[in-house]
Design a binder for this molecule. Structure first.
Ligand SMILES: N[C@@H](CCC(=O)N[C@@H](CS)C(=O)NCC(=O)O)C(=O)O
Length: 232
């Protein structure tokens, strides 16, 4: 039995949801409301001392950190593998995943934005500028990595989903959410437009989660009424 502690809008939980659906694994979702601070409550911290989502339990074992969870999922359900090909190919997809997971996401996390507000007086405009800045820097690097390696097709690595796509798609969702201009990331956009049409990615999308508001508008994917691409 697999249980995923998740929040519909969390990009890190979105990664794990994609991985679980790509593997066709059955799992139960337990929502953790990040806006209400449930990630910091004692009961949740006992389960996951890091705080935040995702965390996953399986047969009495609990693991947090999305990339560790995805690696665990890849081990308990090896097909289809989320890392494949030559040593270089495998290093490449991990490099892309880590650029997103360690160079972008930590800078735009809720606790960082709250700290900027509480201790440095940042208002909404400043926080949005901060988020857009780190998104643009990080995604420029991701796009350059994809371009330089030259093996991207419908996915970051050829024609199969890998851990790189599992990280790129939720981050593209985040870019759209914060109104980041997407023109500079054509390869990421091509990968996104392919992946968001696949059932595994759709089942993992924020708007299809049990804790999502019923009127949540999809902002990428075939059901998005319009693609949010504000200029910043
Ligand atoms: N490095 C962790 C980050 C987990 C994380 O912090 N997730 C965010 C949601 S995307 C969160 O729960 N934030 C809560 C907070 O900042 O208080 C991972 O990849 O799982």
């Amino acid at each position: 039995m697999i249980t995923l502690y998740s929040y519909f809008r969390s990009s890190t939980a979105y990664r794990v949801r994609i991985a679980l659906h790509l593997k066709g694994l059955d799992f139960k979702t337990v929502p953790v409301n990040l806006l209400k601070g449930e990630q910091n409550e004692d009961a949740y911290r006992t389960l996951n001392p890091i705080g935040g989502v995702p965390a996953l339990t399986h047969d009495g074992f609990t693991v947090a950190q999305s990339l560790a969870i995805i690696n665990y999922i890849d081990n308990i359900a090896p097909e289809p593998p989320l890392s494949f090909g030559s040593a270089a190919d495998q290093a490449f997809v991990r490099q892309v995943a880590l650029t997103i997971a360690t160079d972008i996401h930590p800078l735009i996390n809720i606790k960082v934005l709250k700290y900027l507000e509480a201790d440095f007086g940042a208002g909404d405009a400043e926080k949005n500028k901060w988020v857009v800045h780190w998104h643009m820097k990080g995604m420029a690097a991701v796009e350059a990595l994809l371009r330089n390696y030259g093996r991207s097709g419908d996915f970051a690595m050829g024609d199969r989903a890998s851990v790189a796509d599992v990280c790129i798609i939720p981050q593209m969702y985040s870019l759209r959410r914060f109104g980041v201009k997407l023109d500079d990331y054509p390869i990421c956009r091509r990968i996104e437009s392919h992946c968001v049409r696949l059932p595994a990615f759709q089942s993992a999308a924020p708007e299809t989660q049990p804790d999502a508001p019923s009127d949540l508008v999809p902002i990428h994917g075939p059901h998005a009424p319009l693609l949010k691409e504000k200029q910043v």
